[in-house]
Ligand binder design. Structure first.
Ligand code: KIV
Ligand code: NA
Length: 266
């Protein structure tokens, strides 16, 4: 059985079929999602705050992305694996973007890369697509710009911002992107963008009118410590489950009831 391809995602839009995407940062978690039938897994630079313990996505390096992406590829059989180009790995020049995208394809084995920005990343997108690298664009709240935004505010509010976001989406499509993530934008604008593009939109905090939806896996599974954004739905409480397991193990060790006879060699 082959992996999902960008062509499959183009056909899904034509047939009006929605699809889910989740982030993954390691092999065993990616294997769980692959076996659950999630068709697209994103090795997001959200690993910065969700997996590597950084404050945000800004410090994430290419070496870290390659290591995590290779693990996710090794852990999966069917999903299309998309890897983020981290902050500073594509903004210098299209040549820099191609160099780093090629690393993710050759060293990690991913099937596509994602980068933030529409017009500002169009030249890089064009070069990557010409070279045979499928590119997913990311518009709206682009977390690598956290310091410029002064936080994580909703994007695309007001006529001018909405017009700019729509223009960015069309530019990403013209540059050859196969899909566009829309993060934290009003649902009405996401519907308008989705109707204006022939490539799929992938929403996160962008309403139900997108072609696909993505969530950060640690958010949706209850592994994220502290507060999560309004757009997250929590489908499990893994922090509580793992905490209970750790406390039970601890109690067994302290009380001398682990290991029992069945765990013991003679
Ligand atoms: O890094 C990430 O997890 C992302 C998604 C939120 C789209 O870019
Ligand atoms: Na990201």
């Amino acid at each position: 059985s082959r992996r999902v391809t960008v062509r499959d995602l183009a056909s899904a839009k034509q047939r009006g079929e929605r699809w889910p995407m989740l982030t993954a940062y390691d092999a065993p978690t990616a294997a769980v999602f692959d076996e659950a039938g999630i068709p697209v897994l994103l090795v997001g630079d959200s690993a910065g705050n969700c997996h590597l313990g950084y404050e945000n996505t800004v410090p994430v390096t290419m070496d870290e992305m390659v290591m995590m992406s290779a693990a996710v590829v090794r852990g999966t059989k069917r999903a299309l694996i998309v890897a983020d180009l981290p902050f500073g790995s594509y903004q210098e020049s299209p040549a820099q973007a191609l160099h780093n995208a090629v690393r993710l394809m050759k060293e990690a084995g991913v099937g596509a890369v994602k980068l933030e920005g529409g017009e500002r990343s169009a030249a890089a997108t064009e070069l990557l697509v010409q070279a045979g690298v499928p590119v997913m664009a990311h518009l709206g709240l682009t977390p690598q710009s956290v310091h410029a935004f002064g936080g994580y505010p909703v994007q695309g509010r007001g006529d001018e911002a909405a017009h700019q976001l729509l223009a960015d989406a069309k530019t990403a499509q013209s540059a050859g992107a196969f899909a566009v993530v829309l993060e934290a934008v009003p649902a009405e604008l996401a519907v308008q963008v989705t109707a204006s593009l022939h490539i799929p939109t992938v929403g996160i905090g962008a309403g139900v009118g997108c072609d696909a939806q993505v969530l950060v896996w640690t958010d949706m599974a209850g592994m994220t410590g502290g507060r999560v954004p309004k757009f997250v739905k929590q489908y499990a409480d893994l922090r509580a489950t793992l905490g209970d397991a750790a406390r039970a193990f601890s109690a067994d060790v302290i009380g001398g009831s682990f290991p029992a006879a069945e765990h013991t060699f003679h």
